[in-house]
Design a protein around this ligand. Sequence first.
Ligand code: SF4
Ligand code: SF4
Length: 390
Amino acid sequence: MSWPENSPPQRDGDAAAGIEVTDEFERFAQRNDVFTRAFWDDGVKSKQTDKFFASYRMEAAPRRGDGFTQKDFALRNASWLISDVISDRNAAEGKREGFQSSILCDTPVAKDKVNVDDPAKMSAEVKRISKFFGANLCGVTDFDERWLYTSRVDTRDMTDAPHDLPGGLNSVIVLGHEMDKELVATYPSALAGAATGREYSHEASIVMQVAAYIRNLGYEAVPSMNDTGLVIPYAVKAGLGEYARNQMVITPEYGPRLRFSKIFTNLPLEQDTPKPQGVRAFCDICTKCADACPVKALPFGPPSTDTANVSAIKGVRKWTSDAEKCFSFWAKLSSDCAICMRVCPFNRDYEKPVNRMWLKLALSPLRKLALRLAKDHGERKKPAEWWKVE
Ligand code: SF4
Ligand code: SF4
């Protein structure tokens, strides 16, 4: 049953998270995400998109300019390796794990359940364990099925297929993974793509290990990366950050410079609450990401329910990109782009006191001053500089 037949679209707690769901809401079909469309939709699929995917296997000739040499592609592709091993291991069954299917569990659920009489303590434990395995951030929210894809994709023929999630799941553990600051500074480049690939590889191992721990306690846990559902609303509801114009979650610890993964579980956990701090008000006066986007894929005005094509969820008032334009640029580069992450004034090293002071200013009524101070922020670093050995 889909929305709005089975539930009112807007729920308690949405407003606090800055989420506005309208009566036009429909759950998102993963088959329509722009990466999946690149395999079946002639409106997206092209020689350039085929070359984009081939470049991840060192099959397409890399461009030779700075940041796009064989060394740059070699590092980027090596950084993806662990993620690739996981996503390819059940390809024969049409399951591209972590992307078009959840990650299959290698650990059975233990016969005996550990008794959890204090969900708050268990949440604190799960956060500690997630950090032990390498996650930078961890939050917990409810299993809100509005953000689940309507189905997964069988990658043998790109048709819809059931998720196969176990019943009784009630929480989502959301993990944040920091991307390398020095590499992000070199976007756009194949070298910068190593920051993305490294975190996908980290994510894959971390969600699998945290899920294995929970399964060893006798509870269900399904590890997930980009598959199964949209992670951004879960991350915002879990209090990890705020949604921004550049389509990213901006966190107080790393700004927008991180990726998110998730674990669906029935382990009794205390859930976190959203923590809006003023990013929305800052994005209202800033358009640095939209200005810098080479294909003008990001919106300039206030949040709206407008969608440029089928690769956007319907019925959610928010800043929404034109994913087709964005992906066309990625295809042209033969690598991912995150210029909109690089130039964002919140993309800073918050270990430095000066940047923590800037953050306070940006989240205060003096945000215009903070924006002025960020005028030259986020300049591109030359990839060749990164390769220089000190
Ligand atoms: S990733 Fe690049 S192309 Fe896509 S919206 Fe951001 S700046 Fe634009
Ligand atoms: S660049 Fe400016 S508008 Fe874009 S996400 Fe960052 S703060 Fe918001």
